[in-house]
Design a protein around this ligand. Structure first.
Ligand SMILES: [Zn+2]
Length: 395
């Protein structure tokens, strides 16, 4: 089946929330949807069979990583991403732009494209819009993205220049796109500025893409800014095309995004925090490394029907994580993915039943949100670790 989007319910009576189905050559994606991130053509520690059992209907893989290793030709020869990684469901790839700007050593950005050094071996590469499409056509995902620039959100003048490049690159991506079994999404940028966001939404939608992604949010700005940017952007996107919020998010961000009309979310958060021993529960995040769980016979969350909670105690999980046993990372990841995928199912049912506002209020009343400062600190620590790693590898 070719790509298409069907809106089942245009709007929740109390918000912009909507439920639909995206049709792809690898099956349907009920929306709103959360896509686990499989950076290196694997959702870390989880098999495709387990993803299927968890109810994942879409995963996102990272073009930048797969371009550098093992390379798009190798993946194309081995059946594209679907054949290569043994996942026959829908896949989305990003354009590689975000990682080039956040992970690689940047050399130069101009209208041609972006020159960077690999964080793996320091080799130099030029990523152009045409190249980003060529790589993604070889990888063969169902949904692919235009190359864009994701600048620091608060510098207005730089955002104006970057946006001009992003728009020019979008036109070239559209020109370069040849595989019609793949849906190409345009990306709206514009930093933390409502006028730039509106300008970008108008420009990108005029190019008529199969769907639209909103990039450059949840990159360290306060949550209110993200909400404001969504409110400036989403109403300008066509109602009959899917809308994707790149790199988001946490449970609270997903509720706010759905409320403002977003259909697709992708984020490494559940898998990344799981590997650090942090798990989602209805009252908020809980860190299994905490000594208070050393003798705790309870599951992560009472009433959770995931494999981890059915069979294992917090005390056992804490023991595995403290002992750096791989099973501990896996079990925490399985619970977190179950939590997110289940939450999206609940949200979708609530939209269809007209009770989304009730569910949102109920959830957010009980869920303790991580404060902005703490999120900033962990973001900074993460980027310091990444930088240290890339320096090590270059040396
Ligand atoms: Zn669980």
């Amino acid at each position: 089946m070719a790509f298409g989007f069907e809106l089942l319910l245009k709007k929740d009576p109390h918000s912009q929330a909507r439920a639909g189905v995206i049709h792809t050559p690898h099956g349907p994606i009920p929306t709103p949807v959360f896509a686990p991130v499989g950076t290196q053509a694997t959702v870390k520690t989880v098999s495709p069979k387990e993803l299927r059992e968890l109810g994942a209907s879409l995963i996102l893989a990272n073009t930048y990583h797969l371009y550098l290793r093992p390379g798009p030709d190798t993946i194309a020869d081995l059946g594209g991403l679907h054949g290569f990684m043994g996942w026959d469901g829908p896949i989305m790839t990003d354009s590689g732009g975000f990682q080039v700007f956040s992970l690689a050593r940047l050399r130069a950005v101009d209208v041609t494209g972006v020159t960077f050094r690999s964080h793996l071996d320091g080799s130099e590469h030029l990523l152009t819009p045409e190249k980003a499409i060529e790589i993604q056509e070889k990888l063969g995902a169902d949904i692919i993205l235009c190359l864009d620039e994701c600048p620091e959100p608060l510098d207005y003048d730089y955002n104006v220049q970057a946006l001009e490049r992003t728009h020019h690159w979008a036109e070239r991506c559209k020109q370069a796109h040849t595989r019609h079994d793949q849906a190409l999404f345009g990306i709206v940028q514009g930093g933390a500025f409502a006028d730039l966001r509106r300008q970008s939404a108008e420009f990108i939608t005029a190019l008529d893409f199969a769907g639209y992604s909103i990039g450059g949010l949840s990159v360290g700005e306060p949550k209110e800014v993200m909400h404001e940017m969504l409110e400036a952007t989403v109403p300008l996107l066509p109602e009959d095309k899917p809308r994707h919020l790149l790199g988001v998010g946490s449970p609270e961000d997903i509720f706010e995004g759905v409320d403002r009309g977003i259909d697709i979310f992708d984020c490494a958060l559940p898998t990344r925090i799981g590997r650090n021993g942090a798990v989602f529960t209805r009252p908020g995040r809980l860190n299994l490394r905490n000594a208070r769980y050393a003798d705790d016979p309870a599951p992560i969350e009472e009433g959770c029907d995931c494999y981890t909670c059915r069979y294992f105690s917090r005390a056992y999980l804490r023991h595995l994580i403290m002992a750096k046993e791989i099973l501990g990372l896996r079990l925490a990841t399985l619970h977190n993915l179950h939590f997110m995928l289940n939450l999206l199912r609940e949200i979708r049912e609530a939209i269809l039943a007209g009770t989304f506002a009730v569910l949102k209020k109920e959830f957010l009343t009980h869920y303790e949100i991580i404060p902005h400062e703490a999120r900033q600190r962990s973001r900074e620590a993460r980027s310091r670790r990444q930088e240290a790693r890339s320096r090590e590898q270059e040396e």
